[in-house]
Write a protein that binds this ligand. Structure first.
Ligand SMILES: Cc1cc2nc3c(=O)[nH]c(=O)nc-3n(C[C@H](O)[C@H](O)[C@H](O)COP(=O)(O)O)c2cc1C
Length: 205
């Protein structure tokens, strides 16, 4: 009997866009029968910086998500890493969390799992792909099977159009729209599907 895919959606968000995208990925994975952990990495920005942006402060105050731990990555058979684009790179908060995974990595506990990445930026050429590729670099080091979103579904080909991973262009602070959320949902389905194939294949090997 196929194993239930275990999916950890590990993300950083300051004003909620990545959180909405993470939820869509989680829903997609659940619809494919996965168990899902939706986890935010710790906020590291100084309180004064957060307070200067009411949307950021409101998101922090709402504290809607459990905090990511390395146990979530150990538990998972598939990961989705998400971060807003920050000057063409993932946010330092996500990197700081990823830098705590050395122990698991050294034990080989992150290898042979499926990983994928998603992001949002405020402009279409503002670094969506470079941010996803930077997150994927970590997946290579872990020995993950890097899963692109691709163009395999009509929605991805005709509407959302970023084969690297779920992406949203947040012009003037806009929140993720239905097109971006559907791409993320499809990414979650795809992640659960391939995490299941790989876990089952390894179990039978
Ligand atoms: C410090 C900082 C750097 C950013 N750098 C970029 C960037 O390089 N390119 C871009 O298009 N948007 C950039 N943005 C915009 C965010 O990536 C965008 O607003 C994102 O949707 C926020 O996601 P969140 O609501 O999950 O925090 C930056 C925002 C901040 C605060």
């Amino acid at each position: 009997m196929p194993a239930t895919p275990r999916i950890a959606v590990v993300f950083y968000s300051s004003t909620g866009n990545l959180a909405a995208m993470a939820e869509a990925i989680g829903k997609g994975a659940e619809s494919h029968g996965a168990e899902v952990r939706l986890r935010i990495v710790p906020e590291l920005a100084p309180p004064a910086a957060i307070a200067a942006n009411p949307k950021w402060q409101a998101f922090v105050d709402a504290a809607r998500y459990e905090t990511a731990t390395t146990d979530d990555l150990d538990w998972a058979t598939g990961f989705a890493l998400g971060s807003p684009t920050r000057f063409g790179l993932p946010a330092g908060q996500l990197k700081e969390f990823l830098d705590t995974t050395g122990g698991l990595w050294a034990q080989g506990k992150l290898a042979d799992k499926v990983g994928t990445a998603f992001t949002s930026a405020s402009t279409g050429h503002g670094g969506l792909e470079s941010t996803i590729l930077a997150m994927n670099n970590v997946l290579y080091h872990w020995g993950s099977l890097v899963l692109p979103l691709g163009y395999g579904e009509r929605h991805l080909m005709k509407e959302s159009g970023n084969p690297y991973g779920g992406s949203f262009v947040s012009r003037s602070g806009a929140e993720p729209d239905a097109v971006a959320l559907e791409a993320c949902r499809l990414q979650g389905v795809r992640l659960a599907r391939f995490a299941g194939f790989v876990a089952d294949g390894l179990a039978g090997a």
